[in-house]
Design a protein around this ligand. Structure first.
Ligand SMILES: Nc1nc2c(c(=O)[nH]1)N[C@H]1C(S)=C(S)[C@@H](COP(=O)(O)O)O[C@H]1N2
Ligand SMILES: [Mo]
Length: 523
């Protein structure tokens, strides 16, 4: 029976994968076989693929990728099982080669330690041995009295003990073994994820941190900055709701006591900084809206937080960039890079080497212990999380992670707005209601918002007081809705008095444009 051969392959692969995940969790967290393959795929993906993944799956893009890898692995394992039944040892070889291959790939990953190969190679060995053993048990069940099962290779058939009966008992025996092997794999994988969650000592370190008070606190949030409209995005995005976008399948764990920042390149003076040195500096607190270049018109890959950190400008002053430098290439522990225009890091904006987010140490997923935040620039060119290296260089010499994949070298955040209420698809009753949302163009600011209902005139909305030009601003417009279907559009007015463009453009290569539209049915 072919399906039992395939089942042997799948069960063996599950055991191997589970073992690999557990070994990785214990000894080499960034080098779990899934993280290695997923990370390599993410790095190999062209700009349109990232765009499509985010458009389809949003911030679940990583889960979708891992599920995709699991499906491909299971299909390949079924084939390996079939191959093993037909050509003995071929399936075993497939698993061994796969394990070694992923092990070698693991060593090429930017965050690889010297044991990076171990989880994948062990996973391959475990899967290979399991397949070999399962196949033995299987053939005892498959052997027909006539010895004619095409799923059993001739030489293996001859090797079978003549006394093994062909009956349902041995078939059930195989199924028991296969199910047990698969279940053991799942148990190992679950143990691995528990071990990882429990062993993230860094989480405990983070919890114990008391951040210093800012030498320069953020100004109080102005009265009238937060409009009272139910369903409107809060002015400050809570950390747990803040969008997360990065290439890290396993969140890097960086212990602050091991953290160092090195500033080098076209500088007169190399600078290094430790965590303790950073916290001893006079820190600035400042609100800024961060947006992902992949944010679609009307999308939610944008958030606003109060950041605590040290102005990068001050560190660059110490380093004294050369006159011909125009870019700072920042690198994170996991190899991500961003190229930021030098002038945006040396002008008077609050470009921060941030340690705090909304009054807490940075959450692990948002770059603990230290990240960059540069008001006015999309994250991919500025907001390096887990940052450890700043190289002062030139745009004509260096490229960065996403610019190597087709995105623009420069990424100023475009003028954008969003309608939060009414939400598309919620039924409304005729009468007085409120249209409300947010608008942003960090570091330039927003001068107004206009709303259009169906083909009507553009109407000025009430604009709340912005925290600063670096943050988004809330807006609202009362609306007397009459029964029927309506399209509501909005557009921000920039600081220069010009409205946000209505021309639709996709996120690649430098940010989406167009007017957000919400269709509602009023009855
Ligand atoms: N190390 C690292 N930093 C990174 C990224 C990344 O992939 N790796 N992604 C960038 C991008 S594209 C964005 S939009 C912001 C998102 O920051 P957040 O996840 O804290 O919202 O982080 C930036 N910093
Ligand atoms: Mo992004």
């Amino acid at each position: 029976m072919r399906w039992t051969a395939a089942a042997a392959g799948v069960a063996a692969a599950l055991l191997g994968a589970g073992a690999g995940e557990l070994i990785a969790a214990l000894f080499a967290p960034p080098s779990s076989p899934f993280a290695v393959v997923g990370g390599a795929l993410i790095d190999a993906a062209p700009a349109w693929a990232k765009d499509t993944a985010i458009a389809w799956f949003g911030t679940n893009d990583k889960t979708a990728l891992l599920i995709g890898i699991a499906i491909v692995l299971l299909a390949a394992s079924a084939l390996a099982g079939l191959a093993e039944a037909r050509w003995p040892r071929s399936g075993v070889i497939v698993f061994a080669v796969l394990g070694v291959g992923v092990g070698v790939l693991a060593l090429t990953r930017p965050d690889a330690g010297f044991t990076a190969w171990l989880p994948s190679v062990l996973a391959g060995v475990v899967a290979a041995v399991a397949l070999r053993l399962l196949n033995r048990v299987r053939m005892q069940g498959e052997r027909t009295p006539a010895g004619r099962d095409p799923g059993v290779a001739a030489d293996e058939r001859d090797n079978l003990p003549a006394s093994v009966p062909h009956d349902g008992v041995s078939r059930r025996r195989f199924l028991g073994w296969a199910a047990g092997t698969a279940a053991a794999g799942v148990v190992l994988a679950v143990a691995g994820s528990l071990a990882r969650a429990g062993s993230t000592a860094v989480t405990a370190v983070r919890t114990a941190i008391r951040l210093p008070r800012p030498a320069s606190p953020a100004p109080a949030i102005p009265a009238g900055a937060e409009l009272d409209v139910s369903g409107l995005t809060p002015l400050i995005t809570p950390n747990q709701d803040f969008y997360r976008i990065d290439t890290a399948l396993v969140v890097p764990s960086v212990d602050p006591k091991d953290w160092r920042l090195r500033i080098h390149g076209l500088v007169a003076q190399e600078v290094t900084l430790t965590w303790d040195e950073l916290l001893a500096l006079p820190l600035t607190e400042s609100a800024a809206t961060l947006s992902c270049v992949s944010n679609e018109v009307g999308g939610d890959l944008v958030g606003n937080a109060v950041w605590l950190g040290y102005p990068i400008r001050e560190l660059l002053k110490r380093a004294q960039p050369a006159a011909d430098a125009d870019m700072v290439l920042s690198t994170s522990v996991d190899g991500f890079t961003a190229g930021t225009p030098l002038e945006t890091l040396t002008d008077d904006r609050d470009a921060l080497l941030a340690v705090g987010m909304n009054g807490e140490p940075l959450p692990l997923e948002h770059g603990f212990p230290v990240r960059m935040v540069v008001p006015g620039l999309y994250g991919y060119v500025s907001a390096t999380k887990w940052v450890t290296d700043l190289e002062v260089t030139r745009f004509d010499r260096a490229t960065a992670y996403w610019t190597d994949r087709g995105w623009s070298a420069k990424g100023p955040i475009k003028l954008q707005s969003r309608i939060d209420v009414p939400r598309a698809g919620t039924p409304l009753t005729a009468g007085d209601t409120m249209i409300a949302g947010v608008a942003w163009q960090p570091h330039s600011g927003v001068a107004g918002v206009e709303v259009q209902i169906d083909d009507g005139p553009w109407q000025r909305a009430e604009l709340a007081t912005a925290i600063s030009d670096d943050t988004w601003v809330q807006w609202r417009l009362p609306w007397r809705a009459d029964a029927g279907d309506h399209d509501i559009r909005c557009r921000a007015i920039g600081a220069d008095g010009r409205p946000q463009t209505g021309a639709s453009a996709p996120p690649a290569p430098d940010g989406a444009t167009g007017w957000p539209m919400v269709a509602v049915r009023v009855s």
